[in-house]
Design a protein around this ligand. Sequence first.
Ligand SMILES: Cc1cc2nc3c(=O)[nH]c(=O)nc-3n(C[C@H](O)[C@H](O)[C@H](O)COP(=O)(O)OP(=O)(O)OC[C@H]3O[C@@H](n4cnc5c(N)ncnc54)[C@H](O)[C@@H]3O)c2cc1C
Length: 386
Amino acid sequence: MLLPLRGFTLFNMRKIIIIGAGFAGLSAAKRLSRSNLDLQITVFDKRDSSDFLPLLPDVPGRGLNPDFLACKITDLLRKKNLNFIKEEVISLDLESKQVITSGSSYVYDFLVIASGSQTNFFGNQDAQNHAYALNSVNDAKRILNRLHAGKFENLIICGGGYTGIEAASNLRLYCRKNGIAAKIVIVERAPEILGPLPDWMKSYVRTNLKGMEIEVLANSVIESIQESRLVVSGNRIFEKTMLFWVPGVRTADFIQRLAVEKNPQGRIVVDGYLKFGQDCFCAGDTAFFTEKNNSLRMAVQFAIAGGDHAAFNIIRRIKNLPLKKFIPRDLGYIIPMANNKSCGTVFGFNLKGFLPTLLHFIMCIYRLSGLRNKIGLTGDLTKKEA
Ligand SMILES: Cc1cc2nc3c(=O)[nH]c(=O)nc-3n(C[C@H](O)[C@H](O)[C@H](O)COP(=O)(O)OP(=O)(O)OC[C@H]3O[C@@H](n4cnc5c(N)ncnc54)[C@H](O)[C@@H]3O)c2cc1C
């Protein structure tokens, strides 16, 4: 009797491995599982839950229950031809088409890399030891516990991008609700917050931050971290500090080690079909996709569309059809602020105030997995404070 190898080979059955059960990976799995081809689809993730990242900053400010932002991956992969393995991928052998985890190795016919991005500590060991990252539901729970424990005078946010701004506004809301008079400061290395965004947006956000008594220290870096004591450029010293670390992201370690073309963040350069190497596709934050010299933002809408398209092209390859180019549609983006004075561009319209806040939450509820989570989150967002 011919026994299936590890990876349960069955003659013509194609083995597809998806690394990552985030937006891109789940979207790829969904499309593949619906095809009528003989596929064995295995999704790997280092966690057993898929985390909904866009609402993490709102956990302290709006009092969202972080458990509503996580969905068990086994609940999301219920179809017969979908398998889930909770293991961290540590390397890939693209020659022999193998995915290697700490416990085993798995052969694939087609690979989809959708392992997203993780906090970049830029080699700063002190930051890694003492700062709070915001890249998973567990990170949000850790932050909440630390905030509840109190005994801080300064909340310092390292990084003035979308996440830093959103986090700062939520921390102010948390402090106001709990009668805490902490100083909130955003430390940004660049001359301005929000990097390449349009001037009207930057100036609106700056005014808004000022209104919330959030200080911005641009052209500044955190020079030293000694537990809760920080020194920022210009010898500004902050004692009793809680430090939030959101200056940027990088790809997973196994991607960093992979000998393929990457951008400086370690994102894999993919072609117009989201392909790289032999039978490998990549989508979401891990993929560096450029169109007319513009690279795609790291955003949920592109991760979902990219995962779906990578799967679509795998199906075409199996059917011996030519691959189709990925043509992403940009619906826009929003910078959500906890005081509801958000701003953004949606379908080409510039929006400010409550409307973009509302659109952001509608989109989040729509995209969140699991009915229980959707109901719970809606309840949290609409509850009246006592
Ligand atoms: C705080 C925050 C707020 C954000 N807000 C917004 C927003 O408002 N709007 C928006 O569009 N985007 C937002 N984003 C960005 C958005 O969340 C990402 O672009 C999106 O999650 C990317 O999807 P992905 O599938 O590529 O990766 P992810 O959703 O990050 O999923 C990657 C998965 O891969 C797994 N994984 C990683 N490494 C390994 C490994 N070695 N082995 C096995 N599994 C692994 C992870 O556990 C994870 O489940 C935000 C991000 C953050 C962190």
